[in-house]
Every structure is written in C-alpha cells, then in structure tokens.
Write a protein that binds this ligand. Structure first.
Ligand SMILES: Cc1ncc(COP(=O)(O)O)c(C=O)c1O
Length: 367
C-alpha cells in the first residue's frame, strides 16, 4: 500500500538544517563564555535586530507576551487607562492589557484581517492611552491612519509578533509606531529554539525603563531602582536568532513566492484569497484563506495528511477569560464571521510546489 502523502503545517527542520553549522558554533561560544542570560550574544542580537528594523533600541525579553506587557508598562499604561485592540488577535495582546491593569477596548477588523481604523475612531475616549496595532498574519496594520485618528498623545504599540521583516510604505514593522513588541516563538518568521521576544523603540527613555523592568528593576546587579521582574533573553536563543536573522529576508521572499503560487493554483471563486493592503509588503507568517463550511473542509484536509489550522477560532470577546468585558456575540460581525471561515494553509520557506498543488487539489475536491 502506498503511504499517504503528508504536508506539514510548518517545517522548522528545513530552517534548522540551513543554520545548523552557524548555530552550533554560536551556541558553543555562549556555552564556552557562560553568557547564558543576556550577555554578549544577546547584546549582539539586539544590535543586529534594532538595525534591521530601523530603530535605535531592541531589548531582548523572555517572550512576546512579556514584550507587550513591558512595552505598555514602560509607556505608563495602567489602571484607569483604556487600550484599543482588534477583537481578532491572539489572546496575548489582550492579556498584556489586563496584566498592566488597563481595560481592553475591542474593535472590529476589515477584510484584510487588520484593525478597523473606523472602529478605532469610534472607540477613542478621554481614557484611551494606547492602541495595539496588530500586524496580523504577516502584514502591517495601517499605522499612519491610526495615528491620524488617535493623535500623538496616544501610544501606538505595534504587536509585531507575526511580522518580522514586513514593511509598510517601505518602513519596517517595529519602527512604525512608538513602541513594538515581537515574539521569537519557534514558529514565527524569525523563531528561536524556545521562548524569546523583544521590545523595539526609538525612544531612549522608554528603552531605559524596559531595560530595568526586565531585570528586577535595575541594570547592574543588586541595583533595584524600580519594582521590576525577570524577563530576559537567553544567550543561546540570541545566538540562534542571529544565525537565522541572516536568512530572514531570503526566507520571507520564499514565503511570498509560495503565497503567489497558491494564488495561481487556488480557484478564487471558491476560496477567498488573502488581501494584501495597499503599501504593504506581506511576509506571510500565515497564509489564511476563507472558505464555506470551514470545519468540514479542515477535517478533510487533516484526513488527507495536510496540516492546516485556524488562527484564531474564537475572537477575544467570546473567550471565557474575557467574559468580564460583557460583550456578546454580534458585537464584532467581521471578526466573528471571519472566525467561522478562516483556514490557515501550510506556509513556510521550503514548501515544495508539488505539495502546494496537492493542498490546492485536495481543497478544491472538498469544496
Ligand atoms: C499576535 C501575537 N501577539 C503576541 C504573541 C505572544 O508571543 P509569545 O508566544 O512569544 O508570548 C503571539 C505569539 O504567539 C502572537 O501571534
């Protein structure tokens, strides 16, 4: 009997094979120098990634969720403040707002899955302190339009977890707002070999505050000038990230090529293809289409050995954890409709064209 063909959702091994030698050598240097927490490898990576993103400061932290929380805290967002964010994001964006003591104010999204600028305009109040511009799936939110709506007194926090390398009108994600948080979770476009994240900002004072907050409130040992916490980047993760950063542009191009190939293979009448917003260069962290009877289609793909997913099945306001917001079904029609229709297809650098053809053929047969 012929073995069933399988197409994984992601293939991290492909990336690992390409950086293995460089990563092994860099990890060995960290081990030999005992620079396990922050240290030289982290400082090197922070400098490289700040330069890559076009900002003055990159502060390596333990994960992307901490990065969001630290960015908000350092920007002075807390109790009594409101933070506007899209209802269709990964839960971490909303968690960070609650963790700093602020109130999440959710708004709907548009057809490109990005935060609705009109929704933000309606949601702004005298208590609005920040807006989270989530660069969902790998393309940037319309930050300049958000700025026009919220003004300069409101902090624009980019959630750049899914958008390393993406640009808007030629400007890199991470340098579009006042401060940005990113995640180097292994499956991200720039992924570590474990948890890791970073905050990016051009603001010297904000960077100084985060530098303290992430390290028990001080920069030097036993200096505790503010009440901080422990959220630091590991040397070994930094070494891996430096090795991968050298390939990021090439790997993002492979993702764009794969997206173009899907675009040619898929029948646009039956499968709604992702929309790339004007001015954006997408990095396709995820390739998200919309289909009717999504759950049945997903089951069919899974049965055919194809790794597909839903990002995310439930908008934030309908998650039990956020029931305290008191928002019912029907509050955000676009986000809710999309949650029922979205389907993430296999997408990664190294995705073979014949595998994409198998995905497209299997998908068409299910529709
Ligand atoms: C949009 C978004 N924000 C925040 C996060 C949180 O990052 P982490 O998993 O590193 O905490 C993620 C990643 O999972 C994400 O996709």
């Amino acid at each position: 009997m012929q073995a069933q063909r399988t197409v994984p959702f992601v293939d991290l091994g492909w990336q690992t094979r390409r950086i293995r030698e460089a990563a092994d050598a860099a990890i060995a240097r960290v081990i030999d120098s005992s620079g396990f927490i922050l240290g030289a490898a982290a400082a090197d990576f922070e400098e490289e990634f700040a330069r890559y993103c076009g900002v003055a400061h990159c502060l390596g932290v333990a994960n992307g969720t901490d990065a969001l929380e630290l960015a908000l805290e350092a920007a002075g967002v807390g109790r009594g403040d409101e933070v506007i964010l899209p209802a269709n994001t990964f839960v971490a964006t909303a968690e960070a707002v609650v963790r700093v003591g602020a109130t999440p104010v959710l708004v709907d999204c548009t057809d490109d899955f990005l935060i609705s600028v009109e929704g933000v305009a309606d949601a702004v109040s005298s208590r609005t302190r920040a807006v989270a511009a989530v660069h969902l799936y790998g393309q940037t939110a319309p930050v300049e339009a958000l700025r026009a709506v919220v003004g300069t007194d409101v902090v624009i926090l980019e959630d750049a977890a899914q958008s390393q390398g993406a640009t808007r009108h030629g400007i890199r994600a991470g340098s579009l707002g006042d401060v940005a948080a990113t995640s180097f979770y292994p499956g991200k476009n720039l992924g570590a070999f474990g948890d890791a994240g970073a905050v990016l900002t051009a603001d010297d004072a904000l960077a100084g505050t985060i530098r303290r907050l992430r390290n028990h409130g001080g920069i030097a040992k036993y200096e505790h000038s503010v009440v901080g916490r422990n959220s630091r980047l590991d040397g070994i993760q930094a070494a891996v990230l430096s090795a991968k950063l050298a390939h990021l542009d090439e790997w993002n191009q492979l993702r764009r090529d794969a997206a173009e190939t899907y675009g040619e293979m898929l029948d646009g009448d039956r499968v709604q293809l992702p929309v790339v917003a004007n001015g954006n260069e997408h990095v396709f962290h995820l390739y998200v289409v919309k289909v009717a009877e999504r759950d049945r289609v997903l089951e069919g793909l899974t049965a055919a050995g194809i790794g597909a997913g839903i990002h995310y099945p439930t908008p934030v306001h309908l998650l039990p954890a956020f029931g305290f917001l008191g928002l019912k079904a029907g509050s955000f029609p676009n986000a809710e409709r999309q949650a029922a229709e979205i389907l993430s297809l296999p997408m990664y650098p190294g995705l073979a064209e014949d595998d994409q053809q198998y995905v497209a053929d299997t998908l068409h047969a299910l529709l």
